[in-house]
Structure formats: structure tokens, C-alpha cells
Design a protein around this ligand. Structure first.
Ligand code: MOS
Length: 713
């Protein structure tokens, strides 16, 4: 049988999706289902003095209302989910009267229909004691956070930046900034909570952290984890949302307990802006210097970002600046200010996306100043090893990415002088490039493989399908390991009763779960060989042999973990280079016309899915460069554009011609796998490539995203 790994297979779940039969969280119909609507604060800072639900209670269809008055005493979230820069909310809902941002959840109304619940929620009258909110980065006192999600240090120094700057030949000192941005997957967040018994809870939620949610909910209600069952078969996009702990799950579960019926709570589009995370503001100051040959001698990257008054998640903008380029004197720091805005969380390459945007633009400025071609400038500062961790790379083919990308794009046909290229319609043409980088994480995971009588195999793991192709990729790993056709494999995910898998994030799903899948399949093979003597690479023969064994099923399990020695010895990162052509018209409208990206992400598992991942990521990057910004009102803290008419995202009409290519060299230090993960690297560098191209087209250096027409004319 031919191997499926490396083949551009179409999605095994494609038919379910295009026929509308893939079941998303909001689509599980439960008997006696009731509908929830959130009660949310209308002020950004202060406390609730009174909640009057009397009118709401007597409105048509209302079954129950849960507020601070009748809420259960949730146990607090465990420390490992709330301290040390952890994302998600740090406080369980409805335990005090404090209000920290507009839209904070103050309760939930349950009614027979969604419309009745929504109407009744609007009838709840709340009185507040109000304080002026802090909404702007400039107004608050910063603190110095230590850790990003408990693991990465946020302050790092080597050498002497000031001394090096004093002697540098070419220098820049610039500030870049990026706005708040919101995840806007097509599927909004949804939870359906149902008490199957007084101590057993079933939750259908769009979550990319099934096991974590199970533990969080069990802990809050004081239940054993196995009494909470979380199901999520498909996720309609997440982009960093739909993970971690947020109020809505506990509210839906408590409401279901109150009314003794299943309760479904689905976010409106506007609730996606205030109820489950967003990307924080970033303000990034760079001081960079080179010697006369263009070699970096000093790099200071000081980030100020924000969190809510009750969390400490930091957007880690400087973390790639520590090691993307070779530089002896580096000072990377992060400061955090607490604003009366909803709690931020990871979004599409947290830190890397805004941080590498700023770094790659600042580098472009420096290259321009030193009069060196931007690609050449990066080659002169190539990091042969990770100078921050002082370790060799597991594998790094970035040089090849630059070379192949530049060639495909026709980089040498550009003109480094701004405003030098004109299109036939009078638009200015600009070429821009940037480097992409993303860490290749790996986590522990488990899987079960079951051989059925008919020769088919079911493989299970409590992992997730956020649209990236998990069902397909994992079926490929199982098929190749077992040597049986992919049609005979069924990969199942999205159920907390399956073996433990990590939260789906950090671009580590494949590299974490695939080893477990392969391990379980190998174990299964062994068991079958023990039982019937051989493993025939043919499912009909397999079924025949198996029939003679008299067993119903054969099951094997495997728990995988990252190879500690390799992980300690090497530094694992994916790299890439991207090149874009933009056209800027007389009205200052920027169009990305062409995008070429070449990536070194290790071995290709499925080139079709890989291309789709990178394409989506790049488009996010163009969207970030040109459109996306969440705008809170400076006096009230209310988000003024919490909808998709006013918050712009790139759509099909904004899609350029893409040329996406991969080095496709297996990583020798990812045993068995060779793949380093591909989820988030596509966005990294994309906004910088656009901004640099806009400079090349117009001579204008826009340092605050998004690059809207008003900043160019
Ligand atoms: Mo990513 S937003 O770290 O899943």
C-alpha cells in the first residue's frame, strides 16, 4: 500500500462539512432544551448595587434567571490556570459585585426560546456605583510581568545595548503599535449544558481545550472530573479563542441546574468581542544599531501591552526578538498595564504576530538606512544557532526559504527606492518581504486504537478539529502505521472520555497527537500478531483472520511524550520567508496583489492542508496589516465596532495570488515524525511584508496598524 503521508489528500470530513451534516456545538438538539441569554454590565468600572429582575421574570417564556443573588458558590479556578501569566479569566463568575469591563457577565436569563430569553435579558434593570474607567495605555501604571503562560520568561538581556548603540554606525529608535484585535471565527462560541443526573454534567461546547474544560467545570462544581462529559466534534474556527476558562460555561451549567433542563447559550457576534478574550494593544519601542557592514550590534525591544484588572496574560511581543537574528547585545522587556477592558488571551500567534510585525518593519527601516537590500540584510544577520537559548537549531532552512522565495517572486526586479514603480492604472507598486518564525512545541498525548471484526480500525484521542484537518492528518498517520487503506480508518476526537490530549494551540496538535496515534496503532499491530500470528496488510484478510480469533474487538492504547533529550539539546522553530507585491491607489487604498511564501516546517504531512493553513494565516496577516482594529470608546470603555460591518476582516475579494511552497525536509530531531507544526507561522511576518511593501510603494512608514487609507494620503 502506498503511504498517505506527504500526499495531498482531500479532507476525510470534507463531505460532512459541505453537506451541512458535520455537527457543530450549537447543533446538538437535546430534549426539553431551553435557551439562555447573558446579562452583561453596561459600565466598565465600579460595582453593582442592585439587580432588579422583577420585570424580566414575568416576561413571556421566562423559566429562570441566575444572578449573584441565587448563583451557586463556584470553587475558584485552580492556580495553574490563573497565575504566572495564564490566559483566560482568573475569577469564577457571580461571586462578588465588582465590575471590571463593559460586557462582564452578571447573569443569565433562561426562556423557552432564544428570542424570549434575549428580550427578557433586556428587561433586567441594574444599578451601579460607577468609577471612571481606565481605557488607554497611556493613562495607566505599568507592572513588569515575569512569565508568559507560566513558561516563557518575558524579560531577557545579554551584552550591553547602550554601549553598543553608542558605537553603532546606523541606528534607529522607533515605536510601533498594534490595536486590540478580536478573533472572529464564523462559528460563535456556544455551550449546551445538561445535567444527566444531579452530579453528572454533559456539555456540548465549541472548545479547543476539551480536557481542560472538563477539569475546570468539575473543579468549579466540586465534581470528580469523570462526571463532566465534554463533547465537541467540529469547531468552526477559533484563531486563539475557544480555549481557556471563561464565564459562559459555568453560567450555562448553573442555569441548567437552576431550571432543571438543558440550556443552550450561544454568543452573538458582539459577545465575541467582550466575553471570551481578544488580542491586547501593543506599543513596541525599538532601538537598533548596526556596524558599518550592516551587522546588528544592538537590539532593544520594549513592549507595553495591556490586560484586564483581574488577569495577567501578556502579549509576548519580544520573544522572537531574542533569537531571530544574530546580535550580541539584546534587551527584551515587557510591561503590562491593567485597563478596564475584557481579559485578553492568545490570538493567532500571540506575541509573534504583533512582535514580528514590528521587528521585521524596524529591520526594514534599518536596512533602508544602511542602504542594504532587505534580504541581504537578513542574511548578514542570520542566526546560525539560537543565541538566546544558546542551543543549535533542530533544523533551520531559512536561507533556502529566502533564496527560493526571492527567486519565485522576482525580488531582483524590484526597485529599493520608494515610489519608483507604477502600475498601468496609476497605482504605486511596492515590494516587501519579511521573515516568519514560530516555535515548534510538543506536548504529551494519548490515543486508543480499536480493530473491529470487519477489519476497520477506530482511533480515538480527546483532541480537536478547528478546521485545520485533524481528522484527515490523524487518519493518515493511522493508515500508514497499520498499512491499511485510509477508508478503513475512522479517527474520532472531541470527547473528554477519550484518552488525554493537549489543548489545541501553539501549533502543536500534529506533533503532539500523531506520536500517540502511531504508538497506539503499533501496539494494536503487536496485539494482533500475538493473537493470530501475523499482521496482513490487507483489511479483508485482517477481517478473516480476526473472525477466527473469536474476539469482538482488539484494543490498544499508547501515551506519547516529547523526547526529553532532543528537546533539551536543540531549539525547535519553524521558519519561513514571504514576499508581497502591493498596489496603492491615489485614495490610499492598499491591495495585496501577489504573495509568495516559502516555509521550512519540517516534513509535509499533507501538502493540500498545509497550503490551506499557510494561505489562511497569510490572509489573517494581510487583514491585520490593513483592516483589523477593535475600538473601545475612550470615555466609557464600550467597544464601538463589535460587529463584522465595522470590524473589517479580509474576505475573498482581498485574496491575492498565492504561491506557497515548502522546503519539506524532515526535522531529524523530531523522531518518527519529522514535522514541526504549521498552524500559526502563516500569519507571522505577513503584516510586516505588507507594511514594508507599502513603504516601498509610497515612501511612507506607517508604524501603527492597521494601514488604513487615512494614514497614506
Ligand atoms: Mo495559538 S493563538 O498559540 O493557538
Amino acid at each position: 500500500m502506498n503511504a498517505t503521508i506527504g500526499q495531498p489528500l482531500t479532507r476525510v470530513d470534507g463531505k460532512l462539512k459541505v453537506t451541512g451534516t458535520a455537527t457543530y456545538a450549537a447543533e446538538f438538539h437535546r430534549p426539553k432544551l431551553a435557551y439562555g441569554a447573558l446579562i452583561q454590565s453596561t459600565i466598565a468600572n465600579g460595582r453593582v448595587t442592585k439587580i432588579d429582575v422583577s420585570t424580566a421574570k414575568s416576561a413571556a417564556g421566562v423559566i429562570g434567571i441566575l444572578t449573584r443573588e441565587n448563583a451557586p458558590r463556584f470553587k475558584p479556578y485552580p492556580d495553574n490556570l490563573t497565575k504566572n501569566g495564564a490566559p483566560g479569566e482568573s475569577r469564577v463568575p457571580l461571586q462578588d459585585d465588582n465590575v471590571y469591563w463593559v460586557g462582564q457577565h452578571l447573569g443569565i436569563v433562561v426562556a423557552q426560546t432564544l428570542e424570549q430569553a434575549t428580550h427578557a435579558a433586556s428587561l433586567v434593570r441594574i444599578q451601579y456605583e460607577e468609577k471612571p474607567p481606565l481605557v488607554s495605555l497611556a493613562d495607566a501604571n505599568p507592572v513588569q510581568p515575569e512569565k508568559f503562560i507560566g513558561r516563557e520568561k518575558l524579560q531577557a538581556k545579554r551584552g550591553d545595548v547602550n554601549a553598543a548603540l553608542a558605537n553603532a554606525m546606523h541606528k534607529i529608535d522607533v515605536v510601533y503599535s498594534t490595536p486590540i484585535e478580536n478573533h472572529n471565527p464564523i462559528e460563535t462560541i456556544s455551550t449546551t449544558a445538561e445535567w444527566e443526573a444531579s452530579d453528572r454534567l454533559l456539555i456540548h461546547e465549541s472548545t479547543r481545550g476539551i480536557k481542560q474544560l472538563q477539569k475546570v467545570v468539575a473543579n468549579s462544581f466540586g465534581l470528580p472530573a469523570e462526571n463532566v462529559h465534554i463533547v465537541c466534534k467540529f469547531i468552526g474556527g477559533a484563531f486563539g479563542s475557544k480555549g481557556f476558562q471563561w464565564s459562559h460555561t459555568l453560567l450555562a451549567a448553573a442555569a441548567a441546574q437552576l431550571v432543571q433542563r438543558p440550556v443552550k447559550l450561544t454568543f452573538t457576534r458582539s459577545q465575541m468581542f467582550d466575553s471570551a478574550g481578544q488580542r491586547a494593544y501593543t506599543d513596541q519601542r525599538f532601538s537598533l544599531g548596526t556596524d558599518k557592514t550592516g551587522k546588528l550590534v544592538a537590539l532593544r525591544h520594549a513592549t507595553t501591552t495591556h490586560c484586564s484588572p483581574v488577569s495577567e496574560f501578556t502579549e509576548p511581543c519580544g520573544n522572537m526578538s531574542r533569537m531571530l537574528y544574530s546580535c550580541p547585545n539584546v534587551d527584551v522587556s515587557h510591561r503590562l498595564v491593567r485597563l478596564n477592558l475584557t481579559t485578553p488571551c492568545p490570538m493567532r500567534a500571540p506575541g509573534e504576530a504583533p512582535g514580528v510585525f514590528a521587528l521585521e518593519c524596524a529591520l526594514d527601516e534599518l536596512a533602508h538606512k544602511a542602504d542594504i537590500d532587505p534580504v541581504e540584510f537578513r542574511l548578514r544577520n542570520y542566526a546560525e544557532f539560537n543565541e538566546f537559548e544558546n542551543k543549535p537549531w533542530s533544523n533551520k532552512k531559512l536561507r533556502e526559504c529566502y533564496q527560493r522565495g526571492a527567486e519565485k517572486f522576482g525580488w531582483s526586479k524590484g526597485n529599493r527606492k520608494p515610489r519608483a514603480m507604477l502600475a498601468t492604472d496609476g497605482s504605486q507598486i511596492g515590494f516587501g518581504m519579511a521573515t516568519a518564525i514560530y516555535p515548534a512545541g510538543q506536548q504529551k498525548a494519548g490515543a486508543t486504537a480499536i480493530l473491529n471484526k470487519d477489519g476497520t480500525v477506530v482511533v480515538r484521542s480527546a483532541t480537536h478539529e478547528i478546521g485545520t484537518g485533524t481528522y484527515t492528518a490523524m487518519s493518515q498517520f493511522a493508515s500508514d502505521t497499520l498499512g491499511i487503506p485510509i477508508e478503513k480508518i475512522r479517527f474520532e476526537l472531541g470527547d473528554s472520555q477519550f484518552p488525554e490530549a493537549p489543548n489545541n494551540g501553539g501549533s502543536w496538535l500534529t506533533s503532539s497527537v500523531a506520536p500517540a496515534v502511531m504508538g497506539a496503532c503499533r501496539e494494536l499491530k503487536k496485539k494482533v500478531v500475538d493473537l493470530v500470528g501475523i499482521w496482513p496488510n490487507d483489511s479483508t484478510q485482517l477481517a478473516n483472520l480476526f473472525a477466527r480469533s473469536g474476539q469482538e474487538q482488539i484494543q490498544a492504547e499508547f501515551n506519547s511524550e516529547p523526547n526529553k533529550e532532543e528537546r533539551e539539546k536543540f531549539s525547535f522553530f519553524s521558519h519561513g520567508a514571504l514576499f508581497v507585491e502591493v498596489h496603492v491607489d491615489l485614495l490610499g487604498q492598499v491591495r495585496v496583489k501577489r504573495a509568495v511564501g516559502v516555509y521550512d516546517v519540517g516534513r509535509m504531512i499533507n501538502p493540500r492542508l498545509a497550503r490551506s493553513q499557510i494561505l489562511g494565516g497569510m490572509l489573517f496577516g494581510f487583514s491585520m496589516a490593513l483592516m483589523e482594529a477593535t475600538v473601545p470608546d475612550e470615555t466609557t470603555g464600550r467597544i464601538v465596532n463589535a460587529n463584522l460591518a465595522d470590524y473589517h476582516v479580509a474576505v475573498h475579494a482581498d485574496t491575492p495570488e498565492f504561491d506557497i511552497d515548502f522546503i519539506n525536509e524532515p526535522d531529524p530531531h523530531m523522531p518518527d515524525l519529522g514535522a514541526r507544526g504549521i498552524g500559526e507561522i502563516g500569519i507571522v511576518g505577513a503584516p510586516a511584508a505588507v507594511a514594508n511593501a507599502v513603504f516601498n510603494a509610497t515612501g511612507k512608514r506607517v508604524r501603527d496598524l492597521p494601514i488604513t487609507p487615512d494614514k497614506l494620503i
